[in-house]
Design a protein around this ligand. Structure first.
Ligand code: PAF
Length: 288
């Protein structure tokens, strides 16, 4: 049985019940899918108490973004949480999370939050880090689980926890994909079947790039761009960025770079904006 609570006061007895156990939190905006299931599964494996939060955070949506139309599917979400063995769903009201109205004090991400997603969605990561910080305070977990699909978000959350000495362990969980490669996302449900076919270009571009990891950064970018260009040429896909970055700061890697990198892409199919990424290891040119 999964309990549903809406206030911090209602959540407290669950937290008290596991004061000496491991408490885990999975933060979500609802519209749950198999990617979230993987997060719940990992949390269930690692923790005695699993709390899922469902909160569509207004602070991380820009004025022209999809806050109003973001899917809100609480009944289905609760069923999925029950199947996944989540103990408690905490779905607070905006007034509980932002008791002072629009917050004056926020968590700002610094330069790592100004590239890629941060460049295309000004203020996005301030909204994300502020809510993650708040939800960590409200749920007081030992571990918090985040998807690697939002690689820049995950890196910034890790950095916030380090920089602000926050007593929580951050766990990254691998991206879940449909059989044909499309990364699971709450926003996939906006896609028509034609747009979904177009959206597949994102993962195809990333896998094409990954295959060139032994040939250097430029070869990776070229291979990925070649796949994207076929779909952008017809106007079906609008690419915001394709970037090969250093996961330590999300800056573009130079051509001779070797080591861990992230190949990241963001693009719009119709009016739906999607992101995806793959981690890869760039080996010295010619090395195996
Ligand atoms: O990844 C998400 O769904 C959101 O950015 C998060 C972490 C729940 C914060 O609102």
């Amino acid at each position: 049985m999964t309990a549903l609570v809406h206030t911090r006061a209602e959540l407290q007895p669950f937290l008290d019940g596991f004061a000496n156990g491991k408490r885990g939190v999975v933060m979500t905006m609802g519209a749950l899918h198999e990617g979230h299931l993987e997060l719940f599964k990992q949390a269930r494996h690692d923790c005695d108490l699993v709390v899922a939060t469902i909160f569509v955070n207004p602070l991380q949506f820009g004025p022209n973004e999809d806050f109003d139309r973001y899917p809100r599917t609480l009944d289905d979400d609760l069923k999925l949480c029950a199947e996944a063995g989540v103990d408690v769903v905490y779905a607070p009201a905006v007034e509980e999370v932002y008791p002072g109205g629009q917050p004056i004090v926020k968590v700002t991400p610094g330069p790592m939050g100004e590239t890629l997603e941060g460049a295309f969605r000004p203020g996005f990561f301030t909204g994300v880090l502020t809510i993650v910080n708040k939800l960590l305070n409200l749920t007081d977990p030992d571990k918090a689980f985040f998807g690697q699909k939002d690689a820049q978000q995950l890196a910034l959350v890790r950095r916030m926890v380090l920089d602000l000495n926050m007593p929580v362990e951050i766990i990254g969980v691998p991206t879940v994909r449909d059989e044909d490669g499309l990364a699971k996302s709450s926003r996939n449900r906006y896609l028509s079947s034609e747009e979904r076919a177009t959206a597949l270009t994102l993962s195809r571009a990333l896998f094409a790039g990954q295959e060139k990891a032994t040939e250097g950064a430029d070869a990776v970018r070229d291979a990925a761009n070649a796949v994207l260009e076929r779909t952008t040429a017809t106007g079906e896909l609008t690419v915001d960025y394709l970037a090969l970055v250093d996961p330590r700061d999300f800056s573009e890697v130079p051509p001779a770079f070797t080591g861990q990198a992230v190949l990241a892409v963001a693009a719009r199919a119709g009016t739906t904006r999607l992101i995806d990424n793959l981690p890869l290891t760039l080996t010295p040119h010619g090395a195996r």
